[in-house]
Ligand binder design. Structure first.
Ligand SMILES: Cc1cc2nc3c(=O)[nH]c(=O)nc-3n(C[C@H](O)[C@H](O)[C@H](O)COP(=O)(O)OP(=O)(O)OC[C@H]3O[C@@H](n4cnc5c(N)ncnc54)[C@H](O)[C@@H]3O)c2cc1C
Length: 474
């Protein structure tokens, strides 16, 4: 079959790949760009099902739009009116301590009376302003938290938060790579308290200069379809540039028959070959590694160093009367020290209205992670039993759920372990030897949906700005 020639190809139709396509169309509308996706649908780990009136999210259940890029993208796609911000009560979060749910204190008075931390841990917190910067090149999140706040806070507040976001272990994950802002504050000021005061002052000045995008620290979703409404809108807008059911298998470099340097040849599972000047792989690292194996041994060796943690998402629907406790809040996290199976539970229908039928509520429970991968692989029956037992012990729910949905992700979340920054540097160095090939996606510089969007935007901007030949990219 003779190859089809295209200018720029994006492989992978998760939020990262779709965002690359979007920003090319916004910033360089005349560019010949196409996106190929292996599955029959777009979105990757983002998907939503409506089951008996409950909105079950496969992956992300909300987006923290810290930079304002998500709202802007929704505006550009004409779905800004669908944005729903998390309920005010979602700021109330809980942590399991000694078998009981304790509120995370939000004020000085609640902090003093809180049973979440012992008196000595509270006193230890007062020493934070006197902390000095670390001299470790790459410090683990746990080590950082222990140094700033003491061991109890590291174990009971920071570790569960890290499991909630990364499904990871705080002793293994790199502060620098997972929480770059905290790392910056630590290196600049030593103490986070002192660092934040300085930053607040600077931010005020900066806001006056650059008020184009307004970020928010309130989680958002879209109504009525959930997070996948963003994917659906992107899919609709760019339908003629996207092909699904097209799995890329390998890549080759060839000389352009027209004598214009070199091209890439992309080989797909339907036996088609596509030629392109530039290729952007917006894939999980382990998928990019597979494709690149015969093409670049150094690159595959580096990509193979990014591990993934498995996660299972269990959605349970109940009548409101099944919960003896108030559901006003975000939900709770479970520190490993509590020796439970679940990582935490989100009170999903309390965060976003309309995600459960009237008179009902929706729980979203996470299991597995890097610390207990075997729990993400339990059978449906074992998983339902485990979660039901822990909902009874922790929340006092004795009724069986009336709706159950389970989503399993064998390789859910990339783990930015100690040394991740070296992996990124090595990838950059290796890619500099392969002009025209680029990688993006959640494996590199941020796992949140909004980080995936921002990183894709930055890549597009870089490609447009760096284009040496004025007509290589319009
Ligand atoms: C359980 C879970 C909960 C999460 N919760 C949140 C949350 O609440 N908030 C938040 O902000 N983030 C959350 N995240 C993280 C966030 O959803 C992801 O980091 C992000 O969606 C990843 O997008 P991506 O496009 O980089 O990758 P993916 O979504 O993995 O997309 C990659 C795409 O590439 C395709 N592909 C793979 N191989 C090939 C091939 N050979 N050829 C062509 N196509 C291929 C895949 O089919 C897929 O569509 C969560 C993630 C998970 C798993």
């Amino acid at each position: 079959m003779s190859p089809i020639k295209k200018r720029l190809i994006i492989v992978g139709g998760g939020i990262s790949g779709l965002s690359v396509l979007h920003y090319f169309k916004v910033l360089a509308p005349d560019l010949d760009v196409r996106l190929f996706e292996a599955a029959s649908r777009l979105g990757g780990v983002i998907g939503s099902d409506i089951v008996d009136g409950y909105l079950c999210e496969w992956g992300p259940n909300g987006i923290l739009d810290r930079h304002g890029a998500v709202r802007e993208m929704c505006q550009q796609l004409g779905i800004e009116h669908e944005i729903e911000l998390a309920d005010e009560n979602a700021k109330n979060r809980f942590i399991l301590r000694d078998g009981k749910l304790q509120a995370v204190p939000m004020s000085l008075s609640s902090f003093i009376s809180s049973k979440l931390l012992s008196a000595s841990a509270k006193l230890r917190l007062l020493r934070e302003p006197f902390t000095c910067s670390s001299n470790e090149e790459d410090e683990s999140i746990h080590r950082f938290a222990e140094r700033h706040f003491g061991k109890e806070v590291a174990d009971y507040l920071v570790q569960p938060m890290v499991t909630g976001i990364y499904g990871g272990e705080a002793e293994q994950l790199s502060l620098k790579s997972c929480f770059p802002l905290l790392h910056k504050l630590d290196s600049e000021s030593g103490s986070l308290v002192r660092g934040m005061i300085v930053r607040k002052f600077k931010a005020k000045k900066q806001q006056l200069k650059d008020s184009k995008r307004q970020g928010s620290m309130r989680l958002l979703s879209l109504k009525p379809s959930g997070v996948c409404a963003l994917i659906n809108a992107l899919a609709k807008r760019y339908a003629d540039l996207i092909q699904t059911n097209k799995k890329m298998q390998s890549l080759k470099r060839i000389d352009d028959a027209d004598g214009n340097g070199q091209l890439f040849e992309l080989y797909f599972d339907d036996q088609t070959i596509v030629q392109a000047d530039k290729v952007i792989l917006a894939l999980p690292a382990f998928q990019a590694e597979k494709i690149l194996r015969p093409f670049s041994a150094p690159l595959t060796a580096i990509l193979g160093k990014i591990p993934y943690a498995p996660i299972a998402v269990v959605c349970f629907g109940y009548p409101l009367k099944a919960s003896p406790r108030s559901l006003k809040g975000f939900g709770f996290l479970v520190p490993p020290k509590e020796k439970k199976s679940i990582l935490g539970a989100i009170w999903q229908s309390s965060i976003f209205s309309g995600q459960a039928p009237d008179g009902k509520f929706l729980l979203r429970v996470l299991l597995g992670g890097a610390g207990a991968p075997e729990l993400a692989a339990l059978s449906d029956e074992q998983m339902i039993k485990t979660v039901s037992n822990e909902m009874r012990d922790i929340m006092g729910i004795i009724e069986e759920p009336e709706m159950v949905r389970i989503y399993r992700w064998n390789k859910a979340i990339p783990q930015y372990r100690l040394g991740h920054d070296t992996i990124l540097r090595d990838i950059e160095d290796t890619l500099s030897e392969i002009p025209g090939l680029h990688l993006t996606g959640n494996a590199y510089q941020g796992i949140g949906v909004s980080e995936c969007i921002i990183n894709s935007e930055r890549l597009v901007q870089k490609l447009i700005n760096n284009s040496r030949t004025p007509c290589a990219l319009p």
